[in-house]
Design a protein around this ligand. Sequence first.
Ligand code: C2E
Ligand code: MG
Ligand code: MG
Ligand code: MG
Length: 272
Amino acid sequence: LAKGRGRARYEVFDDDLRYRIHQRLDTELALRDAVAQGEIETWYQPIVDLQENRVVATEALARWRRPERGLISPAEFIAIAEEVGLIKGIGATVLSQACHAATALERNVAVSVNVSARQFVQDDFGAVVKRALRESGLAPDQLWLELTESAVLEAIDSAARTFQELRAIGVRLAIDDFGTGYSSFTHLREFTVDLLKIDLSFIRDLERSEHDRAIVEGILRLADSLNLDVVAEGIETTNQRDLLQAMGCRYGQGYLFSKPTPSASPAVVFAT
Ligand code: C2E
Ligand code: MG
Ligand code: MG
Ligand code: MG
C-alpha cells in the first residue's frame, strides 16, 4: 500500500515538473522574439520630492505584452531573460524607450532606468547608454540608472570605469533595493553612487515596527554623511509618507502617489 501511494505521489510530482519545464521553455521561446515583435513596453512610476510635493523623476519599468497572455510583469521574465542571455536586448529597448519618453518631460524631471548586472558587465554598456542619449536627444543629467547591491558587487571590478565615465557626463547612479543585499556599507566606500533607494520591505511596516524605523533612520543618517539622496520605495499610506517626511527623507515613490502607468507623466496624487 505504502509503495503504491509513493508511486502515485511520484507521478503527480512528475506531471507537475513536466508541466513547469514545458511552461518555462515556452516562455523562453516566446521571449526570444519579444523585442523584435515590439512586445516590450515601458511603464512609468513617478518619484516625488516629499518635502516639496513635486515630481523629480519617473522610474521606467519593463512590461511584456505577450500575445494571448496579456501584460506580463518583470518578476516573471527579467530573471529568465538574464539567464538565457536576452537581458541585453530587453534592457537596451527599455533604455531607449525611456530616454525618448523622457524628452517630453520638463527639464528638471529625470527618468530612472533599472539595469541588471548582466547588462553593464558587457564591454559596450557605456556606448549603449551614450547611444540612447544621443538618439533621443535627452540630456545626460536627466538619466538615472538603478543597480541592485548584488549587481554593484559584480561590477566593482569590471564596470567601475564605465560608471565613472557616465557619472562624468552627468548620469546619476542609484542603488536599488538598498538594505536587502550583503554588506551594503562596503559598497558605498568602493563604489561612488548618488542615490539610495530604500527597499520597500523596510517601508511596509514603518508605522508598527520600531525596528524598521531604526533601520530607515540609520540609512538616512548614513546617506546624509555621505552626501547621498534617498528615495523611499513602496509608500502606500499617508502615515508612511508623514513619518518619512518627519525623518527627513527627501524622496519617495509608491502607490500613494501613483501606480506604474503607460505614460511617462502620470497624474500624481499629493494626498494630504
Ligand atoms: P524595482 O526596481 O525595485 O521596482 C519597484 C517595484 O515595486 C515595481 O514592480 C513597482 O511597480 C512596485 N511598487 C511600486 N510602488 C509600490 C507600492 O507602493 N507597493 C508595492 N507593493 N509595490 C510597489 P515591477 O514593475 O513589477 O518591477 C519589479 C522589478 O523588476 C523591479 O523592482 C526591477 O528590479 C525589475 N525590473 C523592472 N523593469 C526592469 C528593467 O527594465 N530592467 C531590469 N533589469 N529590471 C527591471
Ligand atoms: Mg528600480
Ligand atoms: Mg527597488
Ligand atoms: Mg525591488
